[in-house]
Design a protein around this ligand. Structure first.
Ligand code: B12
Ligand code: SF4
Ligand code: SF4
Length: 345
């Protein structure tokens, strides 16, 4: 039987294991009540979560990682870079760069985190662990900061001096006590305000605070069952899924390494997809084009609605006939967006 590792040896082995699973950064934080808990309550009370009421429903659970897994002692935080070279700059619409590839990041990260959990179980069968990415009531950026990965930019992104902010976070909560990294206490934004100035919908009520009601990312991805107000539509410019503007302008991303996994690389067929193609997608064609990608979760109805808004913003006259047909679509969301786009033309 192999000799049992000490806690320090195990922490080093966890870092090695996570690196071999393709994670770009791995750090370990103690399970504490995060500094962002009270700011989160204020954020929720201000209504900045928009219709994401699943956050408010679980507000108490964010107080401590115990709210996700009772008995948590440590939070292993990983970062996965998704930066890569741009798709065709002549594209008629924009998709956030995390969604240019063939797979959903939740699937990619969860699979690797589960493998890390298996490794922990082999080493310490008595200790529970749980993999989380995105959906659990855990302030992932706060734990990434406590684990020493980086600081909160004025655009609210967690930024690393090594790899910028084009990365996803994931975590493994464990009952084990491990060797912790030093939390990140500096702020490298300085006097820069590029992200605040560039946001086309004025989504930052103050530096470091984002009002989701106004954020294109929320509007295009999460607001799937309600129309988008006329005042925000033009700010959406040509985004049909997500928005990268407050990261594109960030000086810390100028030297971000473009070396993500192949699953994040731009799909060749998206380079040739036209706005008109999106407006004519039926359910089956939508599935053929986007199954397995992050756009699939948002669904055809919202994506076609977004494409109609973009067609209106671009005064895309070649889309007029398709928009006209969409004014008779079964979905009220699409009918409304198509009529508005035609009026805009
Ligand atoms: C809800 C959500 C959204 C919402 C709201 C975003 C927001 N800024 O809150 C919407 C849909 C708009 C969104 C958009 C995006 N998201 Co999002 N989102 C989440 C989610 C699920 C929860 C975030 C949350 O709790 N927000 C509430 C606010 C209050 O918390 P916060 O911004 O995370 O943390 C802040 C507070 O704690 C505060 N704080 C901490 N301590 C203190 C102390 C004081 C005194 C004060 C005042 C404040 C303070 O500062 C923190 C940073 O701003 C997380 C995953 C997770 N479980 O954490 C992903 C996550 C934050 N999203 C992510 C990504 C990639 C995006 C997008 C880039 C996607 C895209 N391209 O469209 C955009 C970026 C927009 C932006 N500028 O934030 C990544 C971010 C990775 C990173 N490097 O930071 C995460 C971590 C997902 C993941 N697993 O990787 N997202
Ligand atoms: S993602 Fe876009 S809309 Fe949202 S805050 Fe950043 S720049 Fe503004
Ligand atoms: S653009 Fe400037 S202010 Fe905004 S996050 Fe980057 S460094 Fe900070």
């Amino acid at each position: 039987m192999p000799e049992r590792m000490s806690d320090d040896q195990l922490s080093a082995a966890i870092r090695e294991q996570a690196t071999s699973l393709d994670f770009d950064l791995v750090r370990i934080a103690p399970a504490v009540s995060p500094t962002g808990f009270h700011p989160l309550l204020k954020w929720l009370d201000n209504g900045y979560a928009a219709d994401m009421d699943w956050m408010d429903r679980r507000r108490e659970a964010y107080r401590h990682p115990d709210g996700v897994m009772p008995g948590t002692h440590s939070v292993i935080v990983v970062a996965l870079n998704y930066s890569n070279e741009s798709p065709d700059p002549t594209a008629e619409f924009r998709i956030s760069r995390y969604a240019w590839g063939t797979s959903d990041y939740h699937t990619i990260i969860r699979k690797r985190l589960k493998s890390l959990c298996r490794f922990l179980r082999e080493q310490r069968p008595e200790a529970h662990s749980r993999a989380v990415v995105d959906t659990a009531p855990l302030l992932e950026r706060d734990f990434a900061r406590i684990a020493g990965i980086g600081w909160f930019g004025k655009n609210t992104m967690l930024i690393s001096r090594e790899i910028g902010s084009w990365f996803f976070l994931g975590a493994v909560l464990t009952e084990l006590t491990l060797d912790y990294d030093t939390s990140f206490e500096e702020d490298y934004c300085g006097t820069c305000t590029a992200c605040l100035d560039a946001c086309p919908t004025d989504a930052f009520p103050e530096p470091g605070v984002l009002d989701a009601n106004r954020c294109i990312s929320y509007l295009t991805i999460e607001r799937t069952d309600k129309p988008i107000s006329a005042t925000l539509r033009s700010g959406m410019q040509d985004w049909i899924f997500g928005c990268d503007i407050c990261q594109e302008v960030c000086p810390w991303n100028r030297f971000a390494p473009p070396d993500s996994l192949p699953e994040f690389h731009p799909r060749p067929d998206l380079r040739t997809t036209r706005l008109l193609d999106l407006l004519t997608l039926g359910e089956a064609e939508f599935e053929d084009l986007f199954a397995g990608t992050p756009l699939f979760r948002t669904g055809r109805e919202a994506i076609v609605r977004n494409a109609a808004i973009v067609a209106g913003n671009q005064q895309a006259s070649e889309c007029r006939a398709a928009l006209q047909r969409l004014t008779e679509d079964a979905s009220p969301l699409i009918r409304e967006a198509a009529s508005q786009a035609l009026q805009q033309m």
